[in-house]
Write a protein that binds this ligand. Structure first.
Ligand SMILES: Nc1ncnc2c1ncn2[C@@H]1O[C@H](COP(=O)(O)OP(=O)(O)O)[C@@H](O)[C@H]1O
Ligand SMILES: [Mg+2]
Length: 284
């Protein structure tokens, strides 16, 4: 059975998607794990980092994205098929990494979301279980499932948390990015109590770290000191530095022959590898 990990922060732009994609690639390419990325964010950033945009458009029209998990409950047509929606061997490395799969998201989820919320009272199903219902049977085919959550704690995000064993909070070590951490922990705690699920925090990942910044240094230190009491378990030892390369490699139109080449033989290769190893050592 797969270990399911949600990447979550209420703030956008903290590096959730970049980290999700990098860890998924390292887990599959370097550790030979069978990995599924579930892109729960309507911004579809993980999706278009892992498959080309044209492919996504075709799939979106055919109803082969996460959108139809929700949309199908609003219409009399059942379009979604998990088998058809999952894209196999994705990534801009090596024409696709074997063992790395994607359940794509859809921008149209933004439109459907409100309509869906209004329809909830008349639905014959618990709206927190929609993802669970379609994905549960497929989980045994994977070692790890990484869920790229939207930057909120809405219904779609909660669907992801409901099937997660763990969550990771990627954060920039500054005041605004860390502001919502207590809310995340409290809300997930409530979700856990109300639904008898067993999701646990794995830790904080410090991202876009600026070594020269006193604010970053101090805030990262404080986050470490407060870890035992704050409820997020730990701060991972590996920090992801801020740098253009981390942003650049998310462009699917670029092609790389290996992860080392993707990270231009720079420190990023070792950093993502070390972080992936830290995360895996906590869940295995
Ligand atoms: N380590 C990094 N250094 C510099 N820029 C980064 C880094 N990680 C991510 N970015 C860039 O920051 C922006 C937000 O990152 P993203 O991973 O999309 O965050 P989120 O998913 O939390 O919104 C993107 O433009 C991305 O390319
Ligand atoms: Mg994102």
């Amino acid at each position: 059975m797969a270990t399911v990990i949600s990447m979550i922060n209420l703030k956008g732009g903290v590096g959730k998607t970049t980290l999700t994609v990098a860890m998924a690639e390292f887990m599959a390419a370097e550790y030979g794990l069978k990995v599924l990325v579930v892109d729960l964010d309507p911004q579809t950033n993980a999706t278009v980092a892992l498959i080309n945009e044209l492919e996504w458009r075709k799939r979106n029209i055919r109803g082969q994205t996460l959108l139809n998990i929700f949309l199908d409950h609003l219409s009399k047509y059942q379009v979604f098929s998990l088998e058809e929606a999952i894209v196999h061997n994705v990534s801009n490395v090596n024409g696709g990494i074997e063992g790395l799969d994607l359940l794509p998201s859809s921008i149209d989820l933004i439109e459907v979301h409100d309509e869906f919320l209004q329809a909830i009272p008349s639905l014959p199903i618990n709206p927190l279980h929609l993802l669970d219902d379609v994905l549960r049977a497929a989980l045994s085919a994977y070692d790890i499932v990484l869920i790229d959550c939207p930057p909120d704690l809405g219904l779609i995000c909660q669907n992801g948390l409901m099937i997660s064993d763990y969550y990771i909070i990627p954060t920039i070590p500054d005041i605004l990015s860390t502001y919502g951490i207590p809310q995340i922990i409290n809300r997930i705690g409530r979700l856990q109590r109300e639904n008898s699920i067993s999701i646990q925090p794995l830790g904080l990942v410090i991202s876009k770290y600026r070594q020269q910044s006193e604010i970053h240094k101090n805030q990262a230190n404080l986050l470490k000191i407060h870890a035992p009491k704050a409820g997020y378990r730990q701060v991972f030892n590996t920090f992801i530095p801020e740098g253009n390369l981390a942003a650049m490699v998310m462009d699917y139109t670029l092609h790389f022959n290996s992860l080392r080449e993707k990270y231009n033989y720079s420190k990023y290769y070792q950093i993502y590898k070390a972080l992936t190893e830290e995360v895996l050592s906590c869940v295995q």
